[in-house]
Design a binder for this molecule. Structure first.
Ligand code: GLA
Length: 372
């Protein structure tokens, strides 16, 4: 009997040691009084992720460095209201269509749809009030080997000009192997187009201590989609080899970012391009790796989407003050946004962004952290 109890206690300890926990709490309120909730997922390996209901946003992500120091590796704000007032999509779930749609126009089954143009001549990140600015609902919160939160949002037929009522869920889960998994799912009542992604700004130095120019980046992509001056794909799928877009082996971000001989760098003010991830879309496969040689933090991203937007925070100009009153400046972060290609609704030969009733849209992203 004694042994049985001892064995049971040991088993209990083991289970506990491998459990990740989800804790529900508040994250203040918006100027109009709307209360914002947050769920913190924590594991036994020192990582924790805070997700808030406004925008199903990854508000903070604490990750240990090689010495075990736990610091925040994503940009953001200290208060929920700032996420609404300052449009940089920090950590947000972006939709209905992440990235750009040329001139805010597309057609589906012979009907033309007109969306707001909120980025020069183009539509960007779902419009004036995209999913990043909506209140999501917490459907469930659970602890266990995977600490998990499921958030949902119902986008009305015609919202921001898009057809169909869209029911969306975002599921964040964290395990003890330092993998934060994010799954977007959606169904629609009418044929529509969509591209859901997460817009986290990673800065692996911790608490935005340094810019990301020294980070080593690998992108598992032999080709990318060049853009015009307004960052709309030209339609070409260009080989990266021999260009400043070749990250097939690790390169410092800053090494070639000022190479203005490449018109694409001029158009993007640096990197702001969709890379075509090698392998089969729909299969979870490695897309990118980022390493900060100073802190030793390493981030590996696996995705199911066909592409990933690599953006180096080129529009951050120091006017926005983020967490801890840090001014965010150009080159302070790396965004890696998995999705279909920009402007897909206007490029019939790009992987489709169309969703029909009866189908389920899926986009899975795994962010795995480690140290070197
Ligand atoms: C995306 C775009 C960028 C920029 C940011 C938000 O990553 O590709 O051009 O609009 O979002 O500022």
């Amino acid at each position: 009997m004694k042994y049985v109890i001892a064995a049971a206690a040991l088993l209990g300890l083991c289970i506990q040691a491998h459990a990740a926990t989800a804790t529900r709490g508040g994250f203040g309120q918006l100027a109009d009084g709307t209360k914002v909730e947050a769920v913190t997922l924590s594991n036994g390996a020192g990582m924790s992720a805070k997700i808030m209901t406004l925008g199903a946003t990854l508000q903070s992500l604490i990750v240990p460095d090689k010495a075990g120091h736990k610091e925040d590796v994503v940009l953001g704000y200290d208060t929920a209201q700032e996420y609404l007032s300052r449009p940089d999509y920090f950590g947000a779930s972006v939709g209905r269509y992440a990235n750009r749609i040329a001139k805010g126009k597309f057609s589906l089954d012979g009907k033309t749809y007109t969306l707001v143009t909120n980025d020069g001549p183009n539509h960007l990140h779902g419009g004036t009030k995209g999913f990043d600015k909506r209140m999501w609902k917490i459907d469930s919160v659970s602890s266990g080997p995977d600490a998990k939160v499921v958030l949902s949002y119902v986008s009305a037929d015609g919202e921001e000009g898009y057809p169909g009522e869209l029911k969306v869920t975002a599921t964040y889960s964290l395990n003890d192997r330092n993998e934060l998994k994010l799954e977007y799912r959606a169904t629609t009542s009418k044929p529509t187009v969509l591209n859901l992604t997460n817009h986290s700004y990673f800065n692996l130095s911790g608490n935005d201590a340094r810019d990301v120019m020294g980070d080593m980046v690998t992108l598992h992509a032999a080709r990318f989609t060049p853009v015009n001056a307004t960052l709309i794909p030209t339609g070409e799928r260009k080989a990266v080899s021999g260009t400043v877009f070749d990250f097939q082996t690790a390169h410092r971000v800053g090494d070639r970012i000022r190479d203005a001989r490449d018109q694409q760098i001029r158009f993007g003010r640096g990197y702001d391009h969709n890379f075509i991830v090698d392998g089969n879309a729909g299969t979870l496969r490695p897309a990118a790796r980022v390493e900060d040689p100073v802190s030793g933090r390493v981030l590996e991203i696996s995705i199911t989407a066909p592409g990933i937007q690599f953006y180096t925070g080129n529009f951050l100009d120091g006017t926005y003050f983020g967490k801890g009153q840090r001014a965010y400046r150009q080159g302070d972060a790396i965004c890696l946004e998995p999705g279909v290609f920009p402007d897909s609704p206007n490029h019939p030969d790009f992987p489709t962004s169309r969703l029909n009733p009866g189908q389920t849209y899926m986009n899975t992203i795994v962010y795995k952290f480690g140290t070197k």
